[in-house]
Design a protein around this ligand. Structure first.
Ligand code: SF4
Length: 333
């Protein structure tokens, strides 16, 4: 049933008001998320349920519930898993080195769904460490990716910097022997400010070979920057614990769209905010499935005469193969 919306403008005849929806492209699933979800689904197909997954495979409740219905069991710690031959999948965010070691000690069959672009950051951090450099990690404290990257090296080897203020206060052990890395899902603009300050203070600091903020994060933010000034409001489909989704909402606000909201499902839309607009931007975080974007558009279509236009900012064709133990079985199909 469609809930009557007191904010909805209607013509005297009761016709719906027009709403132009500008749909950001690219949006939604990135190659790392597709690979992580495929890893769990493929493992369930090959080995049968249950398949254990450490942490939410990606930060999206809909995805997690869908996989749970197929036979995935989500845990936060390997100690929650009974002795088993079932696969144990590590999430796309990456894990500290202690986790695969723990899995080995428990004789678990581990499948690592860490995004290869996160693994790249891990390997670069290790390389810096081997070369005797202190590593500054720009990221958000407590995010699983940050915990995973810091956990590649002994305690104290990686120092976390979250803000420009942190970068200003940072005191290195040796200013001439520093490198930096970043979380893959940060705000491109905020990170550029932090990096600029670190470079100004420590000119010898070693940069990543290629930006750590990944192509998907960058492209989704660029698409939002393009659409935000053209609309009255913006919806980012995504979860509150999804870093890249939170950044998209911030980017929309900073690009001139004051009505920007992070929304998980259509039921979460605040119609006091979105009930009286003529142009709406929609995007989705890298862990949000397209079906939820469609659900949101349908909710607007129930209230407005919706016309959808896709605003394309970049073309993506990135693909990551499944973890090795699952690959042969795919090729055999
Ligand atoms: S957002 Fe980027 S780093 Fe994270 S899973 Fe997707 S492609 Fe990988």
């Amino acid at each position: 049933m469609t809930v009557p919306n007191p904010q909805q403008k209607q013509s005297p005849e009761g016709a719906k008001s027009p709403l132009k929806v500008l749909l950001c492209q690219p949006r939604g699933f990135c190659a790392g998320v597709v690979r992580a979800i495929d890893t769990v689904e493929r493992a369930i197909e090959i080995y049968g349920p249950p398949v254990y997954v450490r942490h939410e495979i990606v930060h999206n409740r809909y995805v997690v519930e869908s996989l749970r219905a197929k036979g995935a069991i989500f845990v936060e710690d390997l100690s929650e898993i009974p002795q088993t031959e079932a696969p144990v999948v590590f999430s796309a965010h990456g894990v500290p080195k202690a986790v695969p070691e723990d899995a080995r000690s428990r004789n678990f069959f581990a499948l690592d769904a860490t995004c290869p672009l996160v693994t790249k950051v891990h390997r670069e951090a290790e390389l810096h460490f081997r070369r005797g450099r202190e590593i500054v990690l720009i990221g958000h404290a407590g995010h699983p990716e940050v915990i995973g990257t810091m956990g590649q090296l002994p305690p104290g080897a990686v120092r976390l910097v979250e803000t420009v203020a942190d970068a200003a206060a940072f005191v290195p052990k040796d200013a001439g022997n520093l490198a930096y890395a970043t979380q893959t899902t940060l705000s491109v603009d905020d990170t550029a400010e932090v990096v600029a300050l670190l470079k100004a203070r420590f000119p010898a600091i070693v940069s990543p070979h290629k930006e750590d903020i990944c192509y998907a994060t960058t492209n989704r933010q660029e698409a939002v920057k393009r659409v935000a000034p053209m609309v009255d409001a913006m919806i980012v489909v995504g979860a509150p614990n999804s870093s890249n989704s939170q950044r998209l909402r911030e980017v929309a606000e900073r690009s001139g769209c004051v009505k920007a909201a992070l929304v998980q499902r259509a039921a979460d839309i605040d119609w006091n905010v979105f009930g009286d607009i003529a142009r709406l931007g929609i995007t989705a975080g890298a862990s949000a499935p397209e079906i939820l974007v469609e659900e949101i558009i349908d909710a607007f279509a129930a209230r407005y005469a919706v016309e959808v236009e896709i605003v394309r900012d970049a073309h993506e064709d990135v693909f990551f193969p499944l973890p090795r133990p699952l690959r042969g079985t795919v090729a055999a199909e």
